[in-house]
Structures are given as structure tokens and as C-alpha cells.
Design a protein around this ligand. Structure first.
Ligand SMILES: Nc1ncnc2c1ncn2[C@@H]1O[C@H](COP(=O)(O)OP(=O)(O)OP(=O)(O)O)[C@@H](O)[C@H]1O
Length: 236
């Protein structure tokens, strides 16, 4: 059996002063897999993604990415490891609105020498790497690339956020409800592009959403409730 890209074992997490939110005996993502994780609002999806990226620390259990236990890294090395191997696509995109589109897309390469190096293996400069990705994701108008990210439409910002998550081919792309602000047609088109890019880069995709209609498009679909043994009080 091949070693999973990401492996969670006996994880427990509670926010300070709150009951245990997540109690997950086992969860894994395989290399190159497209995994859909569903769960209602408030069930702990975003918290789990923060744990997987090493942003939060579990009270118990282990999270191993590419054979490296996150717990064994100092917080500085954990941040670097996350920047090297994980691309994040957030629900609210989290672009820096005053920076240009290109500067937003190339941002991960400032924090990760590995992603910078990988991007420069394909393209002569980081800007051309960003432009290439933006074109692949349907943002081909070069005048848009120089504009402040905050001046773009929601659909355009989402593509910029996707390019930022993908630049430098991280092994794992984590997407937290990235299509919730889109209509059905834009959502379908965006998913198709995201899948194509992840496949080209050999990245695994962990896609979290409460929109269960998307689940059949993925290699595997899991429900957080099915993974999590912690009791869930009032979730919507
Ligand atoms: N920084 C925090 N401090 C304390 N509690 C938090 C924090 N972030 C989230 N929580 C709590 O953890 C629970 C799960 O929140 P989380 O955002 O992980 O759920 P979610 O499934 O991603 O929800 P949604 O689909 O609405 O984004 C909620 O009860 C929330 O109030």
C-alpha cells in the first residue's frame, strides 16, 4: 500500500473553553487524489483545515504531511513547511486588495524558496509563471494582471486566489468553500479549471464544502460527521 500524502491519526481538538470539536481517529488524503469533504456550517471544517496546515495545534494526535509529523516541527519550520507544500484557497479569497493581481499570485513564492524554484523551472520569471496560471484559469486579459486585486469582480478574484494557491505546484491544495459566492455556471467552469490545473501539477485537492451536489465530481467524498466522533451540538 502506498503511504498517503496526508495522514491524520487520533486527532482531538477543542477551542479554548469549549467542548471537543473534532475527535477524528483516522483520515487520509492520497497523492494526486481529489477529495471532497462535506459538513454543515459550524461543524468544524475550517478548523480542521487550519489543523491540517499547522495553523492550529491539536491537543492530541498526529498530522503527517509527506511523511513529516507537523508536531515535531518548531512553529517557524512548520510555517515554512506549510508554505512549501500547501496551497490554500479560502472562502473569502483573502487577497491583499491593494497589491496587484500579479503580486498576489506570486506571494507564496516570497515565503517559499521551494515554490519559487519550482515555478521558475517552468517559466523564466515569477510574473510569467503567474500570467501563465491566470491565463489557464481564464483570466487572460493582461491589463487585469496589473490592477489592484480589490478592483476585480468576485469571479475574477476567485481565479486570482486559485492561481495563488497553485503557483509553485504545492503537493496539497486545500480549498475551503471556494465556490460559495458563485452562480452554478461559474462554479462548474471554475471547478473544471481547478481540476485541470491540479492534475497538471500532480497536486492533491482537498475541497471542503456544504454543497453536496458537487461531491460526485471528486474521486472520493467524505462527510466530516462520519469522520468525527465528537458530539455536534447545534449545527445548521
Ligand atoms: N478562532 C476561534 N475561536 C474560538 N472558536 C472558534 C474559532 N473558529 C471557529 N470556532 C468555533 O468552532 C466551531 C466550528 O467552526 P468552523 O469555522 O470550523 O466550522 P465550519 O464547518 O467551517 O463552518 P462554515 O461552513 O460556516 O464555515 C464553531 O462553533 C465556531 O464558533
Amino acid at each position: 500500500m502506498t503511504t498517503p500524502l496526508l495522514q491524520v491519526t487520533d486527532l482531538q481538538f477543542a477551542w479554548p473553553g469549549q467542548p471537543v470539536l473534532l475527535d477524528i481517529p483516522a483520515f487520509s488524503v492520497q497523492a494526486g487524489e481529489r477529495l471532497f469533504l462535506k459538513g454543515p456550517s459550524g461543524s468544524g471544517k475550517t478548523t480542521l483545515l487550519g489543523l491540517l496546515g499547522g495553523v492550529h495545534q491539536p491537543q492530541q494526535g498526529s498530522i503527517t504531511l509527506l511523511g513529516q509529523s507537523l508536531r515535531q516541527l518548531s512553529s517557524l519550520r512548520r510555517d515554512r513547511f506549510r508554505a512549501d507544500h500547501t496551497g490554500y484557497l479560502f472562502q473569502q479569497f483573502n487577497l491583499l486588495p491593494y497589491l496587484s493581481v500579479l503580486d498576489n499570485v506570486t506571494l507564496p513564492c516570497r515565503f517559499s524558496a521551494l515554490r519559487r524554484e519550482r515555478a521558475l523551472r517552468q517559466q523564466p520569471t515569477l510574473d510569467t509563471a503567474a500570467e501563465h496560471l491566470l491565463r489557464e484559469l481564464g483570466l487572460s486579459d493582461a491589463t487585469l494582471h496589473q490592477r489592484s486585486a480589490g478592483a476585480l469582480s468576485i469571479g475574477q478574484q476567485q481565479r486570482v486566489a486559485a492561481a495563488r494557491a497553485l503557483i509553485g505546484s504545492p503537493e496539497l491544495v486545500i480549498a475551503d468553500e471556494p465556490t460559495s459566492a458563485l452562480d452554478a455556471d461559474s462554479r462548474d467552469a471554475f471547478l473544471k479549471l481547478l481540476f485541470e490545473e491540479c492534475e497538471q501539477m500532480g497536486s492533491s485537492l482537498l475541497f471542503v464544502s456544504h454543497d453536496t451536489s458537487l461531491a460526485t465530481r471528486f474521486d472520493r467524498a467524505l462527510s466530516l460527521a462520519g469522520l468525527n466522533r465528537a458530539s455536534q451540538p447545534e449545527i445548521l
